[in-house]
Design a protein around this ligand. Structure first.
Ligand SMILES: NC(=O)c1ccc[n+]([C@@H]2O[C@H](COP(=O)([O-])OP(=O)(O)OC[C@H]3O[C@@H](n4cnc5c(N)ncnc54)[C@H](O)[C@@H]3O)[C@@H](O)[C@H]2O)c1
Length: 389
């Protein structure tokens, strides 16, 4: 008789990472610290990167004095992720390859019976995102998508206040992602700045975080009108600046601004304005929390919300800020619970699809000289550059 695997609820959940570049180690850092998670293996075309990630995971366990249930075994290293997928001690695959390959790797992982966590954006076309979501459903595995800013305590505070009706009727919601990416950033990977694998520029790669929060707070978005252009850098296909007016299904309106040419770069700003109040988030800092009728807690909120001692969870010291993988910690923890209990992850593939669809609509509008584009989109349009203004 074949040996029965211990039920997920009673054992450590085995993770493996595909893609060990910039973001892979963030996943490893979070997996190291989440109780009930273990990094079993990692894969990268570039063997040194995979080896370095595996070493870094071991070093972090040592540094933080963490012992995993099954002992601190060094993760196995693969240059071919397809071989890695054959291991039966892997429950979850973290997809950390270039954006336009998320669905490809994720679908193979799902077909191998693995749950999947995809980096943002879920993928860069509607067709690929839908095939990805479908494959996980067909194979009865979970699909979680990284949007770590949703898990920030202050972002969650705003979301909960919106749901409680604290802002009244939301009339305006905006997001601004004005960052800086030098040419050497684009030169650091052949996929960067390409339509095929980056899927876009300052919005699809960088701004997608702000767009996701915007639609999570005030969405769904019903239409967009925009301007996008490649205003700097050489040898890139995608936009470096984007500005869009958006209309929400609720009747609210807002503005999305994205850039990779604003030196030296500013925090991501998300703002919500309602008939009874305003909130403003700058990265993880709550900078405005105003209500016509304020409670004592509201009056003290900026002190409370921005105090590093109260931000870090007192009951979970490993969640404390300032450790590698901090931002991804809540999502890895959430995935362990999702796998163990069978409930959906807090940010599913379907949830993460919205921001990409909004960005694709913004590109379509810009390509048509600012025409109003309604959502939902019916199909993908060819990904090309933008007309000269
Ligand atoms: N959540 C965030 O804040 C955040 C931050 C940075 C990057 N990301 C996302 O993470 C993804 C990767 O970005 P990055 O900056 O780490 O890129 P990167 O180029 O630094 O790393 C990608 C790695 O994937 C490897 N790779 C590519 N194809 C592969 C394959 N078929 N098999 C195995 N390995 C393969 C490459 O060799 C490389 O090491 C992107 O989708 C990006 O949008 C998210």
């Amino acid at each position: 008789m074949p040996e029965q695997k211990t039920p997920a609820a009673q054992r450590e959940i085995g993770f493996a990472i595909v893609g060990c570049g910039v973001i892979g180690p963030w996943h490893a850092g979070a997996i190291a610290r989440v109780a009930g998670a273990r990094l079993v293996a990692c894969a990268d075309n570039n063997k040194e990167r995979a080896q370095e990630l595996a070493r870094g995971y071991g070093d972090l366990l040592k540094k933080l004095d963490i012992t995993k249930e099954g002992g601190n075994v060094v993760p196995a290293v693969y240059t071919n992720y397809k071989t890695m997928l054959k291991r039966d001690d892997i429950d979850v695959i973290c997809v950390c390859v270039p954006s336009g390959d998320h669905a490809k790797v994720g679908i193979e992982a799902a077909q191998a019976g693995k749950h999947v966590i995809s980096e943002k954006p879920l993928d860069v076309t509607l067709a690929k995102m839908d095939a990805f979501i479908q494959a996980t459903q067909n194979n009865h595995v979970q699909l979680a998508a990284i949007f770590q800013r949703r898990f920030d305590p202050n972002a969650m505070r705003i979301k909960q206040a919106i749901e409680a009706g604290k802002f009244g009727k939301i009339l305006q919601a905006d997001c601004t992602v004005k960052w800086y990416r030098a040419q050497k950033y684009y030169d650091s990977g052949e996929w960067r700045g390409t339509w095929e694998l980056d899927g876009g520029g300052c919005l699809m790669n960088q701004g997608v975080h702000g767009v996701d929060l915007l639609q999570w707070f005030a969405g769904p978005i019903a239409w967009v009108q925009s301007w996008c252009a490649t205003t700097a850098r050489q040898r890139i296909q995608v936009e470096t600046q984007a500005i869009a007016i958006v209309g929400f299904k609720s009747g609210a309106h807002g503005v999305i601004q994205g850039s990779t040419v604003c030196w030296p770069g500013e925090p991501v700003i998300n703002q919500v304005f309602g008939t009874k109040g305003t909130a403003s988030l700058q990265d993880s800092r709550l900078t405005s929390w105003k209500f016509m009728k304020e409670t004592a807690a509201d009056k003290n909120m900026l002190n409370e919300a921005n105090n590093p001692m109260t931000r870090a969870s007192g009951t979970d010291p490993l969640a404390a800020l300032g450790q590698p993988g901090d931002t991804h910690y809540p999502q890895i923890k959430d995935m362990v619970e999702a796998v163990r209990t069978g409930r959906a992850p807090a940010c599913t593939g379907q949830d993460a699809r919205h921001a990409v669809e909004v960005i694709l609509a913004i590109y379509e509008s810009a390509r048509r000289g600012g025409e109003r584009i309604k959502l939902p989109l019916k199909a993908d349009s060819p990904a090309t550059g933008f007309p000269k203004a």
